[in-house]
Design a binder for this molecule. Sequence first.
Ligand code: FEO
Length: 398
Amino acid sequence: MINIQKITTDTCWIGASDRRLAKFENIFPLSGGVSYNSYIIADEKTAVLDTADVTIAEQYVENLAAALKGRSLDYLIILHMEPDHCSQIARVASLYPGLTLVGNVKTFQMLGNFFPELSGLPRITVKEGDTLSLGAHTIKFTMAPMVHWPEVMLAYDMLTGALFTADAFGTFGSLDGSIFADQCDFEARYLNEARRYYANIVGKYGVQVQNVLKKLKTLDVRFICPLHGPVWREDLDWFIDKYQKWSTQTPEDDGIVVIYGSLYGHTASAAETAAAMIAEKSGKQVRVYDASKTDASELIGEIWRVKKVVIFSPTYNNGVYLPIANLLHDLAALDVKNRIFAIGQNGSWAPTAAKGMTEILGTLKNCTVLENVVTIKSALHEADLPMLEAFAQAVAEA
Ligand code: FEO
């Protein structure tokens, strides 16, 4: 069934949502689905900006044909070559002979890797500041390398003020009815998912995102059109401010996150008791997560939100319990910065989890690990409570 949505009189969204995919990139759980956005500008010349994932291919080509209304497709502008957006390039090329591909040098290197059979297609290679005229619309290109792949570029429509941002400003979550952020209660429906998407997919590349935000300030942007999630046409500054915070790893609020791993509940009990004491002593909102139940990508999204993170781990194989170790290695891989960590450990005969956690956390830039470490032996006892009180006080005051 055709589903096309107008952004301006001649610019349309022609993407679709996948509500069946279990894991994005086969890693990140998708409880609320995901959308793959593609856009068309139907001027004197017709241009599509990116294709879509193979899982929505049938809907996509149907939408594209309907949007073209029998016209030919002149340009396919490729902003990003990751397969969730490039999978239909060969199919679109076969459906619309005469198509010219538009990309940069790196785009076409990747195109050759994914689709060597397309090497003979007409192409226009663009670089920073180059323009492409479609008639009334002129598209200006700006490079956005490593947001989050090297070939990524943005396209700015000088007529409408639409900025096509590739994965930047994207979010997990299907599009439900309206494609516009101002019509979908973004804060309630998408904000956590947008943060999770940013932190896990783009989070490592904050400097590169900062470069994009600087370029954005030089443009009169009236629409932000990402490759995933809602299109922005109101309150753009609100979302840009989120990106400013996320890309500089500036905490959004003063809440505290407590994360624990626990085999039989004893480490959980210590973490829950510590969380209650921290809430009471700090007066801040505390959220508690079991690392074996909550996916690491959600924990990373939460760590991106707050300044203080408390982590409790049992000792396991003379080291850190696997779900916690996995989370810590992910934090290091994503280059997490500017956080205060407090840690607790459990060990029935030789507690070593804190040592292992400190070693990994010690590699993070501009992060502090509080010296006050909680150690329990097997289970939490009344005699441990003064130690937990002191720990909670240190977290509250940090
Ligand atoms: Fe949505 Fe980097 O692909």
